[in-house]
Design a protein. Sequence first.
Length: 265
Amino acid sequence: MERFVSLAVVSAVAGAIVFGWLHRADRWIDPEVGIGYALGIAGGSMMLLLLAYPIRKRTRSAPRAAGTVGFWFRFHMLLGLMGPLAILFHSRFSWGALNSAFALGAMIVVASSGLIGRFFYSRVHRGYSDRKLEVRALKQEMDEKLSAMQANGEAITDLVKRIQPFEDRAVVAGTNFWSSAAAVVGLGYETRRANRLLTAELSQGTGRREQRLRMLLGEYFEAVRRAAEFAFYDRLLRLWHLLHLPLFFLLVAATTLHIVAVHMY
């Protein structure tokens, strides 16, 4: 359900951007008065409210009425889409004067940075629960997949022996940044190739046992990749945190300059 809602929101925002771009020359929005001016205020306010998530995240003793960290993360992502959308319509999808172009450019950079951070977050965290996918937990997950495969019968012993080395390599690769970075490409390719080959071998059977094995095999290799990539994306997420906040404050400064310039001249 959550994925469906997220997809629906992203699709609606993308559709609105396409609509606005195609009608950017119609001049039906004036950024200085009416709805155009209101969109600028609304967009700027939503971008400023983005600070609510990091503040709530660092306030561990907040009352229950303040909402969970997961709720504020979802709200943060929604504002990160709706705020730039409102500002794009406010600007009529054009750069305008120098101060306007600077503010719009800063907004685009921050919004793009947020999307990149969301991707890194999805590779390191399980859903929105703010719990990191530690390599040890993924090791346990892979062991469960192997046990489930072995529970299907004695005939898959050879299959288990063929896929076990991937788990061993994933655990080693996930312990440091560079080996994990190499595994993103190397082990990622090899696990997908092995999955195709082994699935093709299992496709000769059409029974429920073979279908379950194919499903478990795909889940197993996905867990292998997540374990191998963990250190790489975890480090990138940490670096992203160092860069994203200064970019946000640059956006605040650019927006403040834009507001002052618009109302003074």
